[in-house]
Every structure is written in C-alpha cells, then in structure tokens.
Design a protein around this ligand. Sequence first.
Ligand SMILES: Cc1ncc(COP(=O)(O)O)c(C=O)c1O
Length: 438
Amino acid sequence: MNRRTFVPTAAAAAALANAAPKLAIDGGTPVRSATLRAGFWGSEFYDDKERAELNDVLDAKAPFRWYGPKPPMKVLQFEKEFAARMQTRFALGVTSGTAALQCAMAALEIGPGDEVILPAWTWHSCFNTVVLAGGLPVIAEIDESFNIDAGDIEKRITPRTKAILAVHLQGNPCNLERVLAIAKQHKLRVIEDCAQSVGAAYKGKPVGSHGDIGIYSLQLNKTITAGEGGAVVTNDPVLFERASRFHDLGGFRSQHEQQIGKGKLDWFIGTNFRMNEFTGGVLLAQTRKLDRIIGSVRDNAQRVYLGVRDLPGAKFRKLYDPAGELGTGVFLEFPTKAKCERFLSAMKAENVPAGRPGGSVILPTQPHIMAKRTLSAQWPAFQTPHGKAMRYGPESCPRTIDILSRFGGVLMDPKYTRRETDDIIAAIRKVYPAVMGS
Ligand SMILES: Cc1ncc(COP(=O)(O)O)c(C=O)c1O
C-alpha cells in the first residue's frame, strides 16, 4: 500500500468504525426483539404421512417387526428404502444409534485385546461401545473440522489396532479420503459414525457408505427421527448377517436371510435391539422426506455463508466437502478463547444465540473415563497390559481442547425463514468485526 491509497483507506476505516452500530451487549438495539432458536429438524416435518404409517400399524394390530396378526412390513420397508438412500446393499433398523454402534462392533468382531481409534471429541456412545465390546478406546485429536485429525491417527496405530471410528460430527464429513487411505495401508476396518450427519455426503456418496460399516442415530436431535432409533448399513453380507444376528439374540430371521441368500454364520450370544413397527413406520415416512429436510437446511446455511464470507479475516470451520455437509451450523474461528467468549455473549445479546461446537463431549476429560470406571472391575477392556497402561485426561488431547475453545457458531434450522437467516447474517456482521477489532 502506498501513501496515496493509504490515506483514503485509513479515513474510510475510521468512518466505518464511527458508523458501526452499538452492540446490544453495550446497550445498543438488538438485531432481533425475540430470541431465535433452532428446533428439532425431523419432527418439525411430521404430518399426515407419519400419522398414516402409525395408523397402519394400529389398524393391523401388528407392532412387532417379525410377525403378527397381519404381515408386518414397516421396519423391513424402512430398511430397504434407507439402504437405497444410503447407496448400500443392506440396512438394519435398531433401537438407537448406540445400539447400531454395538452391532457394528459385533459385526467387526471387536473384542478384548483390540484397539479402536476414535476422536477425542464425540459422543459417549463411541467410547462406551468399544469398552462394552471389551476393546480398548485409543484417542486421537480433532482438527478444525471438529472431526478426527487424520494426521494424528497414524501416530496412534499399534499392532493391536483393529478399526478406526470415523465420526462425522454436526453434519460435517470427516477427512474420509485420508482415513480410508490410512485404513487400507494398515489393513484396518473403518466404522463410519453418521449419527449427527444423516444424509450428508462425501464426494457425492452418502456418508456411511464409504467404510466397512456405517451407523446412524434417528433420535430426536438428528436429521430424521422417531424419537429414538438407529440404523446400520454395509455392503458386506457377512457383516450384515453378524449385525442382524447380534441385534436379535444371535438368530437370523428369514426376512433378512432372503436378502443375502443362505446365512454363513451360526448362532452366537447376541442381544435384543429390534426396532418396532411404529418406529419403522415413522422412519419410513421420514426417510422419504430426508432430501427435503436437508435441502432446506443447506439452503439456509448457504445463505448465511454467502452473507458473511466477505468479512475481513473471517475463518470458518473446515469443510472437507462443502457440497456434502448438511449445514448444521455456521462456525467461525477466533484467535483466542476470550474473543470467542465475547462473540458468544454479544450474539446472545442480539437475540441470535451462538454456541461452541455442541452435541459431543471431550471424552478424555470425563472423570469416569479418566478413572476407567466400568460396571465390573474385571471388565476386560482395561485389564490387558495396554489397557492398564492407557492414560486418558486433558493432557491426551490439548489440540482438541484448544480448537473447541476458539470456535463459535450459529445453528441452522430447515424451517428458518428468509427473515431469520437475514437476522443471523446481520448479527454476525455486526458482532464479528467488533469482537475482532476490540
Ligand atoms: C456421534 C454419535 N454417535 C452415536 C450416538 C448415539 O446415538 P443414540 O443417541 O441414538 O443412541 C450419538 C448420539 O447423539 C452421536 O452423537
């Protein structure tokens, strides 16, 4: 910049500063008079379609998935349509995302002595299901996508590593290309946890269809929902059979056997995670609405991105596939935790609440995880020499803690009106420069 350009630019900056509206937190007028709140996506779309599915089950008096006074169909039909939507050969409906993860662990025969690498920031279910299988959870850091840092995975691989739990958090696919390459090189299995990203895609293909096996949660906070519910997908008939057997006490029902031809496995000890027909009916109706829900959220997120991306210095959450992410939230990075906190407080005062990344926990900092507390002191997960030597705690994930302390964002909703997305844009445009300049 030379002197000729500097003088007017400096004057313009001073004028802009004077023109900057007073933040609500400092006594100015808030962008909105009422607080904006993101809702629960799937259930916002409930209508006569879900009602009709539920009435079918009531009228048939057939709420159990395998048999009844009339042939039950809802869970089976949901599985067929969900598999087609996720571009996999098989889908298994289960009672929750946690149950789906347990089925995935069982399908891959994860057990005592096996290690599974997972991100430090994710939901309890990820850690718990490895432990419940008898395996040892090994923690990797996250990157600025809030997902597992592929660069950190390789450092955690040992001869005992069996699988990588590639979790796609808050609608955003992780760095799958690297994860899959590492898994291939080291002959590891990949479980994709798509609980928080139902319907997202990576390089044009739905998440869940890239690894060996994928799982989804269909609980209230997820893209589509029946209150509770989960699904497992895979292209591998043996993994499907083992997951199906595990979810139904070890047996294999004819409705599933028909899908793979003759089963290859024998009975083994399983549990009961069977989905009921009411849940199956609601999820069938919701699956048919999935693209509409996603389309609306993505449009809203896109509007916000376009409305704020020119803010000088603005850095956003890393997206490995911007076209495939759901747009669950628009997150900005701050140089310090203090600036991020100021942004969150100031946005709240504008009645457009922003928050830190959410819906997960920093696993290694949870007291019961640091204490390796299991139901029985003899539980195998932590009884091996490596299990005994394993140390969790904040010192195992400093980068994760730092990243999560410096990102703040606004959550999206498929039903936000244009006015509401305009308010989000206006609030960010008002608050972000003030916080960064302070
Ligand atoms: C990443 C992740 N995995 C698994 C689950 C478990 O799903 P559910 O609550 O349906 O058991 C969740 C739930 O929020 C989750 O966020």
